[in-house]
Design a protein around this ligand. Sequence first.
Ligand code: PHE
Length: 463
Amino acid sequence: MNGKVPARQFWSSRTAFLLATIGSAVGLGSIWKFPYMVGDNGGGAFVLVYLGAILIIILPLLIAEFAVGRRGGGSAVGSFANVAEESGASRSWGLAGVLGAVASFLILSFYSVVGGWTLAFIPLTASGSFTGAGVPEIAGHLTALLADPMTLTLYHGLFMGVTAVIVMLGVISGLERAVTILMPLMFAIMAVLVVYALVTADGFAAARFLFTPDFSKITANVVIDAIGLAFFSISVGLGAMITYAAYAGRDIDLSETALITIAADTFISFMAGFAIFPLVFSYGLDVAQGPALMFQVLPVAFSKMPLGAFVGTAFFVLLFVSALASAISLLEIFVSWLVESGIPRLIAAPSAALLCWFAGLGTVYSFNLWSGVHPLDGVRGFENQTIYDLLDFLTSNIMLPLGGILVAVFAGYVMRRSAVLEELGWKEGVIAWAWFLAIRFITPLAIILVLVWKFTPSGNAGG
Ligand code: PHE
């Protein structure tokens, strides 16, 4: 069945696989995007929908992706095709993997730009630019960076370059060692920031904001944004987890790995919320300032806390590494497919990265030269969206949910039930019954209903 995959490699242990999936999930999605989207969407209601989506949509899908990946043993494209063939269906199911590969390419193009911001903030913080600085001065540093396409392009290139080198050398050996040490450190530094924010700033206001849902705020836009973020943050819907599970040995418990990965990612997201929002409320900052939020708020803590420059530098280094681990999984989706099609890794990785870097310039310029360029100007709800906004919307809110529907249909109807149960190590019983119910009906229907809601006139399209 795996005849197409040259020298299938495996993670060295169960922990290594777990850390790799956590490494893919935890990244800018939790620490940068979650807080700013919660802020933009008014807090508690968004958080509630997000958690609901994680439970009802993402958890069953993550388990499905793991099962398809380990069964198929190839790239996302190859795995879909292999399992389809084994199940007596058409190998053109591989196209579902192609959709994911395209999504991963588009996501990486902007992910790397923001990864570049984290890189730029390392020397900035280390040199003491924030120490003792006032709030407006702190905000000015990001504003100045965003206004400078040259510097952004360089850091974006550096981030993409490092990603490409690791993927070129092979994900397994390179990634395993890095994440084993650095992911635990990331949790530790987030804990420091949370404690600082809770002790010195308004933790109650933050808790109220995150946990008091105002149901009148639940619109089609809020729901689709929350679902999109859930897909993005757990790396589901584009084959990242299929790709990684293909390297998973038989002794690994896939559903347990799925649960822990989701718990870790959600935990980090809330840590980021509790590191950021207390400061936002105590210092009277704007909760709804979009992508700038984390980069303008956390340095306020670094400016005041003892050893702020040191803690801040450590934070941005670790954030960079977390983002890198996610970026590696994004590029690996694409590269593993190219490798499977016969292109040597040494050529596939750098060429895909170069192309992706080039595509990322659209995002770089969205924050400066092209900030006034709104490609969908005539379309209601999308009038004011920059290239970055549109890419973000297209990938998280359309392509990943569509990918999710395909995975659900595939695992629920195409893949043989016995094969699914075998991969998951389940017998017929309550758990299997509940999971099949979710994957065959609840998950795909929930996604379809929300997409329909969004794109009917009552769903105030766009935004
Ligand atoms: N989950 C990653 C993050 O939150 C981003 C990502 C999305 C990685 C999709 C892989 C696939 O930062």
